[in-house]
Design a protein around this ligand. Structure first.
Ligand code: GLV
Ligand code: MN
Length: 215
């Protein structure tokens, strides 16, 4: 009997698990995050509902152009739960990415979310590489959208003549970003050169030069 029930139990567990979503579902209408909350949970504890002000459901952090004076020529302004605590437990967040001409949002991945984006200004080459190393890309213009599956390496490069800007959205309040050049060459403490020379099949000088660019 138990053996006959096993496939049914496995199917029920599978169907009831949140396989298709990223963050867990909320258990209340809202739970504005108390970022200083003493209790550590998977997310932030809720502020008392009676203390939440109407203004806390609105955020203007994405109205401002990001400063692109950096070696990548691009900057990400995040509207995640840390910037906008009303997102807490809702499983969503957004970014604004600004690009100087030629600017690059370098290859990175989000461990906890898929990404959907829309180009607002300029022309962006948007690309990602699947886990079987197939590269897909397209040049997008304002109003055109892209999607990046969770955990997949992707980038955006400004290929237009002027500035560019995209707004992106995530199915997590805190998608996280593993920026490959920083992760590999600017970690603290540093990855051993022996690992990097073997991984990239180059000698120490090349690795030291790349590391030096990230200070
Ligand atoms: C773009 O890739 C972003 O993470 O906002
Ligand atoms: Mn991204």
């Amino acid at each position: 009997m138990a053996a006959m029930l096993l496939p049914l139990i496995v199917a029920l567990v599978f169907l009831s698990s949140p396989c298709s979503s990223s963050d867990p579902d909320p258990l209340q209408d809202f739970c504005v995050g108390d970022l200083k909350g003493a209790i550590s949970v998977n997310g932030f504890p809720c502020k008392l509902m009676s203390e939440v002000k109407p203004s806390e459901f609105f955020y203007d952090g994405l109205t401002k152009e990001g400063n692109t004076s950096n070696p990548f020529g691009a900057t990400v302004t995040a509207a995640n739960v840390l910037a906008f605590p009303a997102l807490n437990t809702l499983g969503i967040s957004m970014n604004r990415v600004d690009f100087a001409p030629g600017g690059l949002n370098p290859p990175h991945l989000h461990p906890r979310a898929s990404e959907a984006g829309v180009v607002i200004m300029g022309e962006l080459l948007v690309g990602f590489v699947t886990t079987d190393n197939v590269f897909r890309s397209k040049v997008l213009k304002p109003g055109e959208m892209f999607v990046i599956p969770r955990g997949v390496v992707h980038f955006q490069l400004n290929v237009g003549k002027g500035k560019a800007m995209t707004v992106t959205s995530f199915n997590s309040q805190m998608p996280g970003a593993v920026v490959l050049p920083l992760n590999l060459f600017a970690s603290q403490p540093s990855l051993p050169n022996e690992v990097l020379t073997k991984a990239f099949r180059v000698d120490q000088n090349v690795i030291n030069e790349i590391k030096s660019k990230f200070g």
